[in-house]
Structures are given as C-alpha cells and as structure tokens.
Design a protein around this ligand. Structure first.
Ligand code: FNR
Length: 194
C-alpha cells in the first residue's frame, strides 16, 4: 500500500517556483508514495488565545498532517529564514501543548530559490524547528535547488537530465527513509503525538 505523504509549499504566490518544484517532485516520486498538498493558505495568524477554539482551517490542517504517513516541506527562503506563512502553519500544527501534530512524522526538507545557495539557510532553520517538534528528518541527500525556468516546466516536467536524476534520487531516498521510520514507529504514530 502506498504511503500518504502530505506536502507543504512555503509560498503563497500563485507563481511560486516552489510549487513548480513540488509538482516536479510528484512526477518523479516512486509509486510507493502518494503525494497530496496540504494547503497553508487559509490559516489565520497564530494566536494562543484561539488554541482551544481554533478556526476550521486550523482543525483541517492538523487533521491532514496527522492523517499523513510523512511530510515534505517545499519552501523558499525569505531573508535567510523560514517564510512567515510556513512558520505560522508549523506553529498551529505544534499546538496545543500535548497535541503536536508533527511528532514522529518522517519529514523531508527541500526548496528552490532564485539565489545561488538554494534555500540552504531556511533549511538549516527548519531542521532546528523540526528537531524541537520531534519530527525525524531525512539528513541526506540535502537538496538545494537554484531555480531556472529553462529547466522546470509549470507542469512539473524537468528538461535537464542531471536535475531529473537528482530529484528522482532524492524522492527514492525519502521513500526509503519513510519506510525505515514507519517500521519502527508504526502502528502507533498517528494520533499518538507529543
Ligand atoms: C526572497 N528571496 C530570497 N532568496 C534567497 O535565496 N534567500 C533569501 O533570503 C531570500 N529572501 C527573500 C525575501 C523575500 C521577502 C522575498 C519575497 C524573496 C528570493 C526568492 O528566492 C524568490 O522570490 C523565490 O521566487 C521565492 O519562492 P516562491 O515564492 O516563488 O516559491
């Protein structure tokens, strides 16, 4: 049976290069992964006053994370860090205390940038956040993508053979990582959050 992998796109832009990257990842993913976007678009700004009576979008978001076998974070880097909308989504998912939706969920971090270092600093910040949230992370390969429109089609096609090979390898390593994590945490990981 395929593993259900949610993915978050850390950009709200309709022209997001990270959504294009996510579409490419869906195309090259092995059949053992079934990828679905979990939208962060409708989440309100996090406010702890609303934790116990959250907006419907928050409940939907947390249920989608908890119903996933793994999570991919596909995000830009903003000012050398995690974009606000994505950090906001993670903050909602981590709360209320004792109901952290990310605990024990196998995660992969990847991102595209127009700059040369391909979201490396965002990814480093994200690793700290996910460590605190007790989410296992794929450590290698790392994937820092400098986006060029000549290589990535809006439909997820990849016109450069080396890039396609690398992203295919990334997704197959992520799939193997998900298998490894679930083999030691299943069946209790869903609904058994910190
Ligand atoms: C950027 N960009 C950027 N790029 C980068 O490599 N490192 C950075 O720190 C930043 N900082 C940054 C801040 C803000 C507010 C914006 C709007 C942009 C450029 C960024 O890589 C580029 O805009 C991408 O297209 C953003 O990804 P999406 O939104 O197209 O997925």
């Amino acid at each position: 049976m395929a593993h259900r992998i949610g993915y978050l796109v850390g950009s709200l832009s309709h022209d997001s290069i990270n959504r294009v990257l996510a579409t490419a990842l869906v195309r090259v993913a092995p059949p053992s992964l079934e990828l679905t976007e979990i939208s962060i678009r409708d989440l309100p700004l996090y406010n702890r006053d609303d934790e116990l009576t959250p907006a419907a979008a928050v409940t939907t978001f947390k249920e989608a994370i908890e119903g996933s076998d793994g999570l991919l974070l596909v995000s830009p880097e903003y000012n050398r860090s995690i974009p606000g909308p994505l950090k906001n989504a993670i903050d909602w998912g981590s709360r209320p205390w004792g109901h952290n939706s990310f605990a024990r969920l196998p995660t992969g971090i990847i991102g595209a940038s127009t700059g040369a270092i391909g979201t490396a600093v965002m990814q480093s910040s994200m690793r700290s956040v996910l460590s605190f949230l007790n989410a296992p992370q794929l450590n290698a390969p790392e994937a820092y993508i400098t986006f060029t429109p000549e290589v990535f089609g809006a439909d997820g096609s990849i016109s450069d053979a080396g890039t396609e090979e690398f992203l295919t390898h990334y997704m197959s390593e992520y799939a193997a990582f998900v298998e490894r994590v679930l083999s030691v945490t299943a069946p209790g990981h869903v609904g058994d959050r910190d």
